[in-house]
Design a protein around this ligand. Structure first.
Ligand SMILES: [Zn+2]
Length: 224
């Protein structure tokens, strides 16, 4: 994580309400702590919808009764509307991950905000629900982009747990991460449903009996 991004996160977390800037949920109590309902954590899936991998992931989430949040790329959502309908019908949350996943340092503030608006309009049209969660590509924002999002009353949603699933090379690697992860209440886990490893991580989380009985999976909108 770049120093600047970390600095923004630390300062925002200190002074800005979660409705504006979300990097973790309301509780940081460790698993096994005082929560009789267990730790609430949020799984988030970026860069979809993907016709190869998202439908299988949705089946797995349904099987294990896991709710999640999908940060969709607008142009993919336009192309694979049927998958977006499936995500919504299954009760998952939607978030905005820009229209083209444009490279942050090559994208002007105006173009970035246009992409966000266009994606928001599309997702609200498809889902018939307000869609105010935004995760900028690579989690990177300038001050101008950040203020522009807040002007549109959007919630900037980053993460605090990154297994780097997109760099994984085997099912075993994904399963090992899922088995070793110690859930902490309020964790926001960054995953990518355009890669197969996200499903293997979900499977490992769901079948790790130590964790499964202590963890409740929530949509990010429940924390805003
Ligand atoms: Zn992304």
């Amino acid at each position: 994580m770049s120093f600047v991004r970390q600095a923004i996160r630390v300062s925002c977390r200190a002074v800005v309400p979660r409705r504006m800037f979300l990097t973790e949920g309301p509780s940081s109590t460790r698993q096994g702590g005082s929560h009789h309902h267990g730790a609430e954590i949020a799984l988030t899936f970026d860069d979809g919808p993907d016709p190869e991998t998202t439908p299988g992931l949705l089946e797995l989430l349904e099987k294990w009764h896991i709710s999640a949040t999908f940060f969709l790329i607008g142009e993919k959502a336009a192309r694979y509307r049927d998958i977006v309908y499936q995500i919504v019908a299954a009760g998952h949350g939607l978030g905005n991950h820009s229209y083209t996943h444009s490279e942050p340092n090559q994208t002007s503030t105006t173009r970035f905000l246009d992409e966000i608006r266009k994606t928001r309009d599309l997702l609200e049209e498809i889902s018939n629900q307000p869609c105010t969660l935004v995760r900028p590509p690579k989690g990177t924002l300038t001050t101008g982009k950040q203020l522009g999002l807040w002007k549109q009353r959007m919630t900037i949603a980053l993460w605090n747990t990154d297994p780097r699933d997109y760099q994984m090379r085997s099912q075993q690697q994904a399963a090992e991460w899922g088995a070793a992860y110690q859930p902490c209440g309020g964790d926001i886990v960054l995953l990518h449903d355009n890669h197969p490893w996200a499903s293997h991580i979900v499977q490992a989380l769901a079948t790790n009996s130590d964790q499964a009985s202590h963890v409740t999976y929530v949509r990010l909108s429940e924390w805003v």
